[in-house]
Design a protein around this ligand. Structure first.
Ligand code: IMP
Ligand code: MG
Length: 225
């Protein structure tokens, strides 16, 4: 048996990660190139574990099922971040319901304080008379949601409520009532379970604090021509 395993490290990741971090990072395979575990990336500090998330969702689902029995609620997920939360939450709400998606993007920083958002993908159905539950990953400044909730109310919904997995209350600029909340968190930039940093980390099964956002960006794979 040969012990001469050839380790081919990616030049880009070698630049980005210092030796110390590299030595702490779980290696999934060393066949032709090292495959590093994203979930044990040393740039992440777990804030809310997978088990804690799932346990909380179970409780939220029961509460929502109890309140909405006989109302056929329509859950509206805000793309992309809330999809992960929505899909787990749905499976713990044991009553008839429907789902819809919306995609929104905020305007540039100049119009940011107005909270005005651009609707990139609107609902496929009218919501007049429906009981709406907006599903969001995180409420930060509250600008996006205060606009969205008002917009949905103006369409004649019977009721509009909000379920959010995370609340960063310290950052609030616009008051937003969260009817069903997972966790209150301190003012840290968090990733995972749908939340991203430059589209990365949505796939983590837990919520983590990104220790060093600059190195996270450097670690992104180089584009090949
Ligand atoms: P806001 O409440 O209008 O400020 O915007 C909330 C949106 O900003 C969320 O839906 C997320 O997409 C994003 N966001 C806010 N805080 C974080 C964070 O800590 N990590 C990742 N995304 C965040
Ligand atoms: Mg979002």
């Amino acid at each position: 048996m040969s012990h001469h395993r050839r380790i081919v490290a990616h030049a880009s990741s070698r630049v980005a990660m210092n030796q110390f971090e590299e030595s702490r990072r779980k290696i999934l395979a060393t066949t032709s190139a090292q495959i590093y575990s994203e979930f044990s990336n040393p740039n992440l500090e777990v804030l809310i574990s997978e088990a804690e998330i799932q346990q909380k969702i179970e409780a939220l689902g029961k509460q929502i099922a109890h309140e909405y029995a006989g109302k056929n609620p329509l859950l509206i997920g805000v793309l992309k971040g809330a999809c992960f939360f929505l899909s787990d939450l749905l499976r713990s709400i044991d009553i008839p319901l429907g789902i819809e998606f919306m995609a929104i993007s905020s305007y540039g920083s100049s119009t940011r304080t107005s909270g005005e958002v651009r609707i990139l993908k609107d609902l496929d159905v009218p919501i007049e008379g429906r009981h709406i539950i907006v599903v969001e990953d995180i409420v930060d400044t509250g600008l996006t949601l205060s606009y969205l909730l008002a917009n949905l109310k103006s369409r004649g919904a019977a009721s509009v409520k909000l379920v959010a997995l995370l609340d960063k209350h310290e950052r609030r600029e616009r008051e937003v009532e969260i009817d069903f909340l997972g966790f209150s968190i301190p003012d840290h930039f968090v990733v995972g379970y749908g939340l991203d940093f430059a589209e990365r980390y949505r796939n983590l099964p837990f919520i983590a604090v990104l220790k060093n956002p600059e190195s996270a960006q450097l670690e992104l794979p180089k584009e090949t021509s």
